[in-house]
Design a protein around this ligand. Sequence first.
Ligand code: GDP
Ligand code: MN
Ligand code: MN
Length: 254
Amino acid sequence: MKFEAIAVENIPLIKKGDDIAQIICERSDILDDDIIVIASTIVGKAEGMTFTLEGIVPSAKAIEISKNSKFSPNFIQAVLDRSNDCLISSPILLVEMKNGHTCINAGIDESNVEGAVFLELPEDPDMSAESIGKKIEIATGMRISVIITDTNGRAFKIGQTGVAVGVYRLHPLKDWRGQKDLFGKELKITEESVADEIAGAANLLMGEGNGGYPIVIVRGLKLRSDDDTSVKEMYRSDREDLIKKSLKYLRDKA
Ligand code: GDP
Ligand code: MN
Ligand code: MN
């Protein structure tokens, strides 16, 4: 068994309005079942998701959080504006975003963006993945999947890794439940996060710095689905998310 990960060469610096699907098609030969992995940074740039902190009016909550934070009230407000809930406010800002993704600083980033501007994640990364994926399918006649990634930290472990924040035609979880192990025992709870695994693999080629490799084609896996798919399939419900419940308990007790 094997699969390949191929970084697409010669991607320009992405600007607002750029057609990422076209940029990919011009620089690669896409095959059926390819998984096109795209760094959210370039999707955000193409969608014009940059902003500055000027003119943001911080709320009392943002000002309060800033007293124990390295971040300015305006930056904190920008994060809160994109969040349903702030799980940890100091010394890091861990939020559940309006689209359900839970991450540091609502995914707002300064790196790999030109000038003194901030970049946020695409507003609806599943929709961005679908839009890019459909265009590639029409242009190439191939049936493909798309994963939009970001680099996120994890609880319990040092080190960031690529994770999926949007998908097209790929179920993020592979359900092993009901299948047998080597000894015929039925698997009861194993759901494999294939979207995050692929994001992590692609991120090995992307890196985090000035490499200039925001697009990786993962080839050799048979994961494409005809269904409508969403990263939300892997977000735990509030009722089932024990870690979030604990964080909220600690926050509200303080
Ligand atoms: P994130 O993980 O989505 O936040 O993206 P990163 O900022 O970590 O960038 C991932 C990869 O994409 C790195 O290799 C960057 O050098 C590259 N990258 C980011 N923006 C651009 C761009 O506009 N053009 C090109 N060619 N590469 C970019
Ligand atoms: Mn990022
Ligand atoms: Mn990254």
